[in-house]
Design a protein around this ligand. Structure first.
Ligand code: FAD
Length: 469
């Protein structure tokens, strides 16, 4: 009887413990992806990107003699249908850690087991399962550095190779077509503008990892803060969908460290920031939905999404160049440099005194590397409401930050067209990506700041002091 491999955010064949275990059974494997309610809630860009990822995975599976079956509906119902149709007696999957998936998966496991079906979940999305990392007193880590110290010396499983072939069933069950799911329907921006910026699929992710280790990791300490340089791994998009495993990145980073490459340890530390985000989300799921520190509930943030300041922020028209360049970068590429993320989040929550949830949601709609844990942790860090957060009084100055990290104006030239005789193609591409009803053109004058760096800082600090934090 076949094994059903229920794929979710593990769109790869290499270093895939659930797939390897299924193949090791020596029985036919039926890979399936289910479009359930959780998917309906995904933001526009992540959903579109997931659609591309599924298309790439389907091709990779076909090269191994297999297929990807697509089903729509509640996960348990879809799995039960498949079990009835194929005679499968086992369902394997890779674990996810957000509260919604946890609840669903636990219910699926119980129900299948009650039907005498083998239901097994595997690791692979994380290097360190959240329940295996604990403080000396048995609690979870609220602060990054002690967690880094706790895991840095741990053995991380060596990556598994991809199976050479995946045994197919005698007959394939019916499948939806991916087109019928219209995964790009909510992408009201020019998807063709964003498409060239996508690094799609497992092969591309592995090539990028090799290139990063070869060319960039040695100077990562220096280049990782330069927003116009592609000096970071750019792998977040692939990690988010499991097109590469963190284990592969970790081992490549460890080899670079052993070879004395300067930025390798910093890269390993970044991978552990991702683990830390998951650790926090697992142990304190309210990280996703509300102020991690509840005393922030009383802070007088603007919560009006239609406020002109919020619209200016979303459209990259705040008049603050670093903020606008970064917001446009995200709109066009589906990614934003980490320095940019910190600056735009700080500007929204402090200078514009707007609730971080509004920013979180916009990122969720725009980022092709959207990740529930890293996004929520990043926003709460920037706003000051999270664990291990930037103290509220440390307000980034988006003007001096630009002088520091973009002294030659390369990043700004890359993304801002207004006021230039010959704008760069990337800067112009923003105007091809945005909806017409925004009414913006490259010939517009560049706007004056909606809130200046100095005024925003003063107002934020005054509000903070008034609250008596
Ligand atoms: P690299 O510098 O090459 O780092 C390697 C990997 O380490 C990344 O791919 C990522 O998986 C992990 N990593 C690096 N920095 C962080 C971090 N601060 N937190 C958690 N993991 C990290 N990252 C996402 O993957 N998805 C998000 O939705 C997301 N939203 C963010 C929102 C805000 C407000 C902030 C401040 C940060 C957010 N980040 C998010 C974290 C970080 O900005 C990105 O992971 C990073 O820019 C990705 O680029 P890279 O792959 O080239 O990273």
């Amino acid at each position: 009887s076949p094994v059903i491999l229920w794929l979710r955010r593990d769109l790869r064949l290499t270093d895939h413990p659930a797939l390897s275990a299924a193949v090791a059974q020596g029985r036919p494997v039926i890979p399936v992806f289910i479009h359930d309610d959780a998917l309906a809630e995904l933001g526009a860009a992540p959903k579109w990107r997931l659609g591309l990822g599924l298309e790439a995975l389907e091709k990779a599976l076909r090269d191994k003699g297999s297929r990807l079956i697509l089903r729509r509906g509640p996960a348990l119902d879809s799995l039960r249908d498949l079990i009835a149709e194929t005679g499968a007696r086992a369902v394997y999957w890779s674990r996810l850690y957000d509260p919604q998936a946890q609840t669903r998966d636990a219910a699926v496991k119980d129900a299948l087991k009650a039907q005498d079906i083998e239901a097994r979940s595997f690791g692979g999305h994380l290097m360190f399962e959240p329940w295996t990392v604990a403080t000396k007193t048995g609690g979870y880590y609220r602060v990054y550095t002690p967690m880094w110290n706790a895991v840095r010396g741990r053995e991380v499983d060596a990556p598994l190779s991809a199976p050479s072939r995946i045994p197919a069933p005698d007959a394939w069950p019916a499948s939806d077509t991916l087109d019928s799911w219209r995964m790009g329907a909510a992408m009201n921006r020019g998807a063709d503008v964003v498409r060239p910026h996508v690094r799609l699929g497992e092969g591309a992710a592995q090539d990028r990892l090799a290139e990063f280790i070869d060319r960039w990791v040695g100077v990562y300490d220096k280049t990782r803060d330069q927003p116009h340089v592609a000096g970071t791994s750019l792998l977040s998009e692939n990690l988010a969908l499991g097109e590469i495993s963190p284990h592969q990145c970790w081992h490549a980073g460890q080899r670079a460290l052993a070879e004395g490459k300067a930025g390798a340890e910093t890269f390993l530390k970044e991978l552990v920031w991702r683990e830390f985000a998951y650790h926090l989300m697992y142990h304190t799921p309210h990280l996703l939905t509300g102020n991690w520190k509840p005393d922030w509930d009383a802070f007088g943030w603007n919560e009006d999404e239609d406020h002109p300041h919020v619209i200016a922020w979303k459209q990259g028209r705040t008049g603050i160049r670093f903020v606008d360049a970064a917001m446009r970068e995200m709109y066009v590429t589906g990614r934003m440099h980490n320095r940019g993320r910190m600056i735009v989040a700080s500007y929204l929550t402090k200078h514009l005194m707007t609730h971080w949830k509004i920013g979180l949601k916009w990122f969720e709609d725009c980022l092709i590397d959207w990740d529930p844990a890293s996004n929520a942790m990043g926003w709460q860090w920037a706003a000051g409401s999270g664990p291990d957060a930037a103290p509220y009084f440390r307000v980034f100055n988006p003007v001096t930050q630009l002088d520091k990290f973009d002294p030659k104006g390369n990043y700004v030239a890359q993304w801002i067209a207004e006021g230039r005789k010959t704008p760069s193609d990337t800067a112009l591409s923003y105007f091809r990506a945005i909806p017409r009803h925004w009414g913006l053109t490259p010939q517009d004058p560049y706007p004056a700041p909606v809130v200046t760096a100095e005024d925003g800082r003063k107002a934020a600090l005054a509000a903070y002091e008034n609250r008596g934090f």
